[in-house]
Design a binder for this molecule. Structure first.
Ligand SMILES: Cc1cc2nc3c(=O)[nH]c(=O)nc-3n(C[C@H](O)[C@H](O)[C@H](O)COP(=O)(O)OP(=O)(O)OC[C@H]3O[C@@H](n4cnc5c(N)ncnc54)[C@H](O)[C@@H]3O)c2cc1C
Length: 306
């Protein structure tokens, strides 16, 4: 049915059907997207959104898939992946980055331009869109500390059909909080952000990035597929410690396991299903609650058919 509703977009050649999503996620888990597309520019993105909204087709914006668990049964509707929206621009102390730029590319670009402030993010395996959506952070810094403004789309036809569909947000209008932003609250589509940085010697920036990346390698199971920290940090506790104190280090359901190296991570030992991961998440939440009375809320997001 969706095929009939997307004729103009199919002609453009950027639409595919029944595309397995596991390769597009850091967990390497997930069934197929009914429709999958990678818009090449903002006009194509707007066209796709207009079709989806006009025909009531569900859609989902996919960045680098590093904070996601995708259902084994796949995803109905259109998955819109942003990797081709990847322009970067530098002017004075500012860098403008589109949603599909990876944080790694952004951080290395900033370093080349002699601009400091993003070093904390160089090891976070997401895109700029995903990082702004999540207010990603590490080592005491968050995206909100360096972001000046963003451009976005509103998911409704009046706005997308208007003369100027691209809207603007200043830093203080993002409603940033711990792993939260207005993009989650209002289902906004992130297009690009401007980051405000400080001039610095590229060698010093390289050294800072290297030191953060070393810390990551030491503490995190980067050799196995995962989606990073599964749970948000409950106030006053360390998630990894709570899970470890329940004796769950290495605990396994199917091919999903609590990482031996970092108990806040669930790793895919090879062939894990989303059902394995969900069962493990539930088991950890129940065990930690029974033992400590602490409710663990997931940081990773679930997508697809239950
Ligand atoms: C090994 C590892 C380490 C990690 N370490 C950290 C860390 O230190 N700190 C941290 O904060 N996170 C960490 N993460 C989690 C993850 O990398 C971040 O949350 C990242 O910001 C997600 O970006 P993404 O592009 O992969 O988003 P995705 O996983 O693709 O999507 C996440 C959410 O963002 C939305 N989204 C993506 N792009 C857009 C857009 N353009 N417009 C609107 N919505 C959009 C999606 O719809 C989805 O709801 C880690 C993950 C892994 C695998």
């Amino acid at each position: 049915m969706i095929k009939e509703q997307l004729p103009t977009l199919i002609e453009k050649g950027n639409i595919r059907f029944d595309v397995p999503l596991a390769p597009y996620t850091s967990f390497k888990i997930g069934g197929p997207a009914e429709v999958f597309c990678q818009p090449q520019n903002i006009e194509e993105l707007i066209d796709i959104l207009k079709v989806a909204i006009s025909f009531n087709i569900p859609y989902f914006i996919l960045g680098n898939g590093s904070n996601l668990l995708i259902s084994d049964k796949g995803v109905d509707g259109i998955v819109i992946q942003t990797s081709a929206l990847n322009q970067l621009k530098h002017e004075e102390n500012f860098i403008e980055a589109y949603c599909g730029v990876t944080l790694k590319a952004l951080c290395y670009f900033a370093k080349e331009e002699g601009l400091s402030g993003l070093e904390f993010a160089s090891g976070i395996p997401g895109t700029v869109g995903g990082a702004v959506f999540m207010n990603a952070g590490a080592y005491g810094s968050e995206i909100k500390d360096v972001l000046l403004s963003s451009d976005y789309l509103e998911p409704n036809l009046d706005s997308l059909n208007s003369l100027n569909p691209i809207k603007h947000l200043n830093a203080n209008e993002h409603n940033f909080a711990y792993r939260r932003s207005i993009f989650q609250e209002k289902n906004l589509i992130h297009i690009k952000s401007v980051f405000q940085l400080q001039p610095e010697d590229p060698n010093i920036i390289t050294e800072r990035m290297r030191s953060f990346e070393e810390k990551r390698k030491e503490k995190q199971p980067l050799d196995l597929p995962s989606a990073g920290s599964v749970f948000k940090r409950p106030e006053g506790f360390y998630t990894g410690k709570l899970i470890e104190q329940c004796g769950l280090r290495g605990y396994q359901i199917g091919k999903a396991a609590i990482s031996e190296k970092h108990c806040g991570f669930i790793v895919n030992l090879g062939g894990a299903t989303a059902a394995d991961v969900l069962a493990l998440i539930k088991y950890v939440q129940e065990t930690v609650y029974d033992r400590f009375g602490v409710k663990l809320e997931t940081e990773i997001r679930f997508l697809g058919k239950e």
